[in-house]
Design a protein around this ligand. Structure first.
Ligand code: AHR
Length: 505
């Protein structure tokens, strides 16, 4: 089949916010304990963090990380995680029916984030707690000195404040499973007042209010309207969450969930515009898609187990072995975020290590990259700059999740220096090679820097990277694409994801 695309230097979507490639990590399962933190591990640094994991994390060049939850945050006392580690209380984590030892708290996590060169984005507990504890947490983190909370931080060995500028106002407060779940109006009021208190600590502070937990929630999208009507002028972002799966083993339907997500983003964009107009507001609110990923391989197993557990410490939860099909899906979802980067400013892959994650570890053993590590890495490394409008002409298909869906999924980004373009191109067809042609208007001297491919054979869709075989799904050099007369021409293999980097003048 043929897939044609066209880019024009002057037709752009938006300046991409680098935080589009952020991540999320929660005190859940083995994300923290035996994920990033394992003091007895042979590679552990002086702070107890695994250096092998840090290396994989650094390879992703993650701009920001949301912490410490997730559902966990809604019953969490951040004060349990400060001061001498030996004196910290062990608590029951109600969200995941686990034991929380509090050996990692804000100061340990901040050291890890600094080592990994990632900015922190912190969530406050608005489930069992409220404005008072949130303002104390911000004061502990951000105030220089001379007050109870800032001096307490200094007494814990942290002289300089962290200057955390991104604060999430609770987590998934629309979900009946959430400890402290609320009605939209009451949450909107609390979020508004908490946001005011959090922002009192400094000019650069931005807050994220909870939107729906997903677009299937019965309260969606009226939740967003009601919440924003209470707090629009005091927040910068509204969060969206969505997890994906392919239990029906239908790849094309799976991939079309990306179009469904596009509609989700547009619907919330519409709600934002509606509330802005209704309130005659001057400020803009953007989308922070702060939980997204594939989550289904272990769902059944997880739901059977964790309700019966006798409060284990760091149990294996949601440890997905991602396969080739998931890698193609994740590349496509990142393309959608790029295409909608005028609305979506922050997005966080959920999560980072072990729990539905691009990085997995064995306690005491190795760490490895799952298949989805690579498209996420490519987007983060090369998807920065200006999102280009890419016009596409190709055959289409229809499935349950969406109709009239392109077989060719493509996004294009012009680098900040204007000297290179990166194209992320997916041929979704399980069995047909795509003759790909990309015309580039307004660019001179187009040259191919590199072409990397994942996939090419749908019979390998369910092959995954695992502990024993960590390198089955990795990118390889592409051989069938080139530049002819200033345009990209060649083949995209069936069922494949491509990174195409071009130098331009
Ligand atoms: O990421 C796993 C969980 O999914 C998070 O704790 C929660 O916010 C969401 O429901």
């Amino acid at each position: 089949m043929k897939g044609n695309a066209a880019i024009h230097r002057d037709f752009t979507v938006a300046q991409i916010d680098n935080r589009l490639y952020s991540a999320f990590i929660e005190h859940m399962g083995r994300a923290i304990y035996s994920g990033i933190y394992e003091p007895d591990h042979p590679t552990a640094n002086a702070d107890g963090f695994r250096k092998d994991v840090l290396e994989l994390v650094r390879g992703l060049k993650i701009p920001a990380i949301r912490y410490p939850g997730g559902n966990f945050v809604s019953a969490y006392k951040w004060e349990d995680g400060i001061g001498p580690q030996a004196e910290r209380p062990v608590r029951l984590d109600l969200a995941w029916r686990s034991k929380e030892t509090n050996q990692v708290g804000i100061n340990e996590f901040a050291r890890w984030a600094k080592d990994a060169d990632i900015e922190m984005m912190l969530a406050v507990n608005l489930g069992t707690r409220g404005i008072e504890e949130a303002r104390n947490f911000v004061e502990y983190c951000n105030h220089p000195s001379g007050t109870y909370w800032s001096d307490l931080r200094r007494s814990h060995g942290v002289e300089d404040p962290y200057g955390v500028n991104m604060w999430c106002l609770g987590n998934e407060m629309d979900g009946p499973w959430q400890i402290g779940h609320m009605e939209a109006k009451e949450y909107g009021r609390l979020a508004d007042e908490t946001s005011k208190a959090v922002k009192a600590f400094g000019k650069g502070i931005e807050t994220v209010v909870c939107g729906s937990s997903n677009d299937q929630m019965p309260t969606y999208p009226d939740w967003e309207r009601q919440v924003l009507e209470e707090c629009y002028e005091n927040v910068e972002y509204i969060s969206l969450h969505k997890y994906f799966g392919n239990s029906s083993r239908n790849s094309l339907n799976y991939f079309s969930k990306i179009e469904e997500t596009g509609r989700y983003i547009q619907a919330i964009g519409g709600v934002i515009d509606y509330v802005k107009a209704k309130k005659r507001a001057k400020n803009d609110v953007y989308i922070c898609f702060d939980e997204w990923n594939v989550w289904y391989h272990n769902r059944e197993q997880d739901s059977k187990n964790w309700h019966e557990w006798d409060w284990p410490e760091a149990p294996a939860l949601l440890e997905e072995d991602y396969n080739l099909e998931d890698a193609i899906f994740v590349g496509g979802l990142l393309n959608e975020f790029i295409r909608q980067s005028d609305r979506v400013k922050i997005a966080c892959i959920a999560q980072l290590v072990n729990v539905i994650a691009p990085i997995r570890t064995k306690a005491g053993g190795s760490a490895w990259a799952t298949s989805i590590y690579y498209p996420y890495q490519f987007a983060s490394l090369y998807g920065r700059g200006t999102a280009l409008n890419v016009a596409v002409d190709c055959p289409r298909y229809s499935e349950d999740a969406a109709q009239d869906v392109n077989y060719l999924d493509v996004a294009g980004v012009l680098a900040p220096d204007g000297k290179s373009i990166t194209v992320f191109a997916i041929n979704r067809s399980p069995d047909e090679t795509m003759e790909f042609n990309l015309s580039l208007t307004g660019f001179e001297n187009v040259q191919l820097i590199e072409h990397k491919v994942m996939g090419g054979d749908a019979s390998e869709a369910r092959i995954a990277n695992t502990h024993d075989a960590p390198n089955r799904i990795v990118p390889r050099a592409g051989e069938k694409l080139g530049v002819v007369d200033g345009a990209v021409a060649g083949e995209l293999p069936a069922f494949s994801y491509s990174l195409i980097r071009l130098s331009v003048a």
